[in-house]
Ligand binder design. Structure first.
Ligand code: ATP
Length: 366
C-alpha cells in the first residue's frame, strides 16, 4: 500500500537552480500516474525525490502519511526502472533479476520462485540463461522490469523506460506495462516526454513546465479541457491550431469568434462562459481532428482556406491549410482527393473549440 503526497515540495540544486517549485500532488494507492513534459521540466527530479535519490529542499514528502524527506532510498520500498537498463553485463538474465534478492539474502527457493514468476509474466523464461549482450533492446527492457518486479515494491518508478526502443516495440511494451500495473496492484509513477505514451498509460497525468505543474487530470481532462496553451500544444498530433481573433456578442446573446470573414458560433455552454467578453481579443484553439469535410452545420461552423500541403499518414491524411497567411493542419479522411491550391471548406465541431486569453494563455472556458 502506498499513497504518495507532495506538500509544497521544492527542489533547488546546489548551484541554486530551482528545478521543482511548490509541488502539491496526491498520488493514490495503486494509481498509474504519469509525469509529462519537455526535457528539463523537472519530471526526473520529481521521480528521484520519490526514490530518495534527490533530497527535498523544502516542503513535505509523505508515503502513507509518514514523512520520508530524510528516509534513505533502501528504506522506502520503491523499485526503479531507468531508460538505460543498467543490467550487469557478465551476469545471466536469471542472476540479473535475482541480484537484489540475493543481496538481501532471501531464501534461495523464494528467489527462484519469484524470478521464474516474473520471467513467466514477462515471457522471457526461455532467456534466463543468456547474457544481456545476447538480447534485443525490448528483451533487455523486460529483464530490467523483471528485476524491479521481484522486489514486490510498494511503489514502482519508471524513468522513460521505453525511449530506447523502436516505435513498434514501444507500442507493444506500453500494453505490457499496463498489464503489469494491473497484475502488480502497485502504485506506478512513470516519467515520459511522449504525450501518446502518457495518454495510453495514465490514470492521471501531471503536465510540468520549468518545474511548475501546469495541469493534473485524467488523459481525457488534459486532452479535452487543457487549462492553458502550453498543455493544449503539448498534447495532440499534429498539434492544435491557434487563431488570434476576437469575441463578439450580438444583441441576441449569440457569441462568436471572429477573424476576418471567419465567424464561428459557440455552442450554448461555451457561449455562456464568454457572454460578457464582447470585444475581447482571444486565441482560439482547434484540434486537428475536430473538423469534418461535410459542410452541413451552417455558416457559423465553416472555415475556408487553400490547401498548401497534403501529408498522407496511412490511416488518414494531414491537410495543410492556408488561412490568412497562417498554416493550419487538419486531420481528414484518407479518401479525400485534395490537391495543392484547392479551395476547401471544412466544418468545425464548435462544441470542441478551445478559447484562451491571448496574453496569459489561460483557458477562458474550462
Ligand atoms: P529530461 O527529460 O531531459 O530528463 P526532466 O524533465 O526529467 O528532463 P530533470 O532531469 O528533472 O528534467 O531536470 C530539471 C532541471 O534541473 C533541468 O533544467 C536540469 O538541467 C536541472 N538539473 C538536473 N540535475 C541538476 C543538478 N544536479 N544540478 C543543477 N541542475 C540540475
Amino acid at each position: 500500500m502506498a499513497r504518495i503526497r507532495f506538500e509544497s515540495v521544492e527542489k533547488k540544486y546546489a548551484n541554486g537552480f530551482h528545478a521543482v517549485a511548490d509541488l502539491n500532488l496526491d498520488i493514490q494507492d495503486k494509481e498509474f500516474l504519469v509525469l509529462l513534459g519537455p526535457s528539463g521540466c523537472g519530471k526526473s527530479t520529481t521521480l528521484n525525490m520519490i526514490a530518495g535519490l534527490e533530497d527535498v529542499s523544502g516542503g513535505r514528502l509523505l508515503f502513507d502519511d509518514q514523512l520520508v524527506n530524510y528516509t534513505p532510498p533502501h528504506k522506502r520500498d520503491v523499485a526503479m526502472v531507468f531508460q538505460s537498463y543498467a543490467l550487469y553485463p557478465h551476469k545471466s538474465v536469471y542472476d540479473n533479476i535475482a541480484f537484489g534478492l540475493q543481496m538481501r539474502r532471501e531464501p534461495r527457493e523464494d528467489i527462484d520462485r519469484r524470478v521464474r514468476d516474473a520471467a513467466e509474466k514477462l515471457e522471457i523464461t526461455h532467456l534466463l540463461d543468456r547474457r544481456p549482450s545476447q538480447l534485443s533492446g525490448g528483451q533487455r527492457q523486460r529483464v530490467a522490469l523483471g528485476r524491479a518486479m521481484v522486489r514486490q515494491p510498494s511503489v514502482f518508478l519508471m524513468d522513460e523506460p521505453l525511449s530506447n526502443l523502436d516505435a513498434a516495440l514501444r507500442i507493444s511494451m506500453r500494453a505490457e506495462i499496463k498489464e503489469l500495473h494491473q497484475a502488480m496492484q502497485t502504485t506506478f509513477v512513470y516519467v515520459t516526454h511522449d504525450q501518446a505514451e502518457a495518454l495510453t498509460l495514465a490514470d492521471r497525468i501531471v503536465v510540468m513546465r520549468d518545474g511548475v505543474v501546469q495541469q493534473i487530470g485524467s488523459p481525457a481532462d488534459i486532452y479535452e479541457r487543457p487549462r492553458n496553451t502550453f498543455v493544449a500544444s503539448f498534447l495532440g498530433s499534429p498539434p492544435i491550431n491557434y487563431l488570434d481573433g476576437e469575441i463578439q456578442v450580438s444583441a441576441a446573446q449569440e457569441v462568436r469568434f471572429v477573424k476576418g470573414d471567419l465567424s464561428l458560433r459557440f455552442n450554448p455552454t461555451t457561449a455562456q462562459k464568454l457572454s460578457d467578453s464582447h470585444g475581447r481579443p482571444v486565441r482560439l484553439g482547434i484540434r486537428a481532428e475536430d473538423v469534418d469535410e461535410t459542410v452541413g452545420g451552417g455558416e457559423g461552423s465553416v472555415i475556408r482556406g487553400k490547401v498548401n500541403s497534403v501529408l498522407p499518414v496511412g490511416s488518414d491524411q494531414f491537410l495543410g491549410f492556408d488561412f490568412y497567411g497562417e498554416d493550419l493542419y487538419f486531420r481528414v479522411s484518407k479518401d479525400l482527393d485534395h490537391r495543392m491550391g484547392d479551395d476547401v471548406a471544412l466544418s468545425v465541431d464548435v462544441s470542441r473549440l478551445h478559447v484562451f486569453d491571448r496574453d496569459s494563455g489561460q483557458t477562458l472556458i474550462w
